[in-house]
Ligand binder design. Structure first.
Ligand code: GLV
Length: 309
């Protein structure tokens, strides 16, 4: 039996329909229809609540309905030997490219400054800045970050990348390790963060590292909220060291209504929408993986738990 669970019942219903059509030989259920957790062989889920996996003694695998698996790791209800599979791209990279491109283009064309001038009724031209004069640093060069870096380089920006392990991307100077990170931070007019949340990346963008960014830089975070110290970011925006931020992810989601960043004129906030799982694509990827398992072959997207992605 395969359990489908996400926080939105309407979404679960839609997934049940799609999976039942795609794989009629399997039995799919939602949480309400499940009477014996020990019958569950696979779980397809996004944001599983604490305790969801309790009693699933025959669980053979968990399919994450998204790219980031941080909410599936370090839980006491999921045995370490149960494999976790994440979605690979599935249309998410292109959405992420668009989200980041919007921010970088807006920065290059001074749109954030013009928006503030508009509020004050100020008509003032700023000198044009070409893409080649904007240095962009992309943190995270995996499935998604790699495509973001390549797209920005194709747009003419000066792109450098950084990732945990060494990567090679044509036309992009790729760094890794602590010194590499400092170089990228020192030389990024726009810092783009699309890293996953892992023990190594949590708190990575702390006050010291953020202060390395050149004066007038912008920060785009579309990875995970716990990578970035929000108070430090706010301090650097208020001191005028940083010019703008575009934030899609937060340590606490939703971002609490009283949080001062909601009302900060230099900050654009979006509700974790930079790259949303496309339902049909997710069903295709997970169905293909369930077929692979039935044939005895290895599914794609297996998470290396120690790495956290
Ligand atoms: C979205 O945040 C995802 O991890 O897919």
């Amino acid at each position: 039996m395969i359990l489908i669970h996400t926080p939105a019942p309407r979404e679960v219903a839609a997934y049940l329909d799609l999976f039942r059509t795609a794989l009629p030989q399997h039995v799919f259920t939602d949480l309400e229809g499940l009477s014996r957790p020990e019958d569950v062989e696979y779980v397809i889920t996004w944001g599983p609540p604490p305790g969801l996996f309790v009693g699933m003694s025959r669980l053979k695998g968990v399919f994450n309905l998204g790219a980031g698996v941080d909410r599936l790791l370090q839980r006491d209800d999921l045995a370490a030997e149960v494999p976790i599979y994440r979605l690979l791209d599935g249309g998410m990279a292109q959405q992420m490219v668009e989200y980041v491109r919007y921010g970088v283009l807006g920065y290059q064309r001074h749109m954030d400054i013009y928006r503030r001038q508009q509020t004050a009724g100020v008509w003032k031209m700023l000198p044009p800045r070409l893409p080649a004069a904007v240095r962009v640093g992309v943190l995270g060069l995996g499935e998604i970050g790699g495509q973001v870096a390549r797209a920005l380089a194709a747009d003419g920006y000066r792109v450098q990348g950084w990732s945990r392990s060494a990567h090679t991307l044509p036309g992009i100077l790729c760094h890794h390790g602590p010194t590499g990170l400092d170089t990228v931070l020192n030389e990024s007019d726009v810092l783009v963060c699309v890293l996953p949340s892992t023990p190594q990346t949590r708190g990575l963008l702390d006050a010291t590292r953020l202060a390395r960014l050149p004066p007038g830089a912008m920060v785009i975070n579309a990875g995970r909220g716990d990578l970035l110290d929000l108070d430090a970011l706010q301090g650097l925006l208020e001191s005028g060291h940083l010019r703008a931020a575009q934030l899609d992810v937060f340590p606490e989601e939703p971002l609490p209504p009283a949080h001062p960043l909601w009302r900060h004129p230099a900050v654009t906030i979006t509700p974790h929408v930079a790259a949303i799982t496309l339902r049909q694509e997710a069903v295709e990827q997970i169905s293909a993986n369930l077929r692979r398992l039935a044939e005895g072959s290895e599914p794609l997207g297996k998470v290396a738990r120690t790495q956290g992605y």
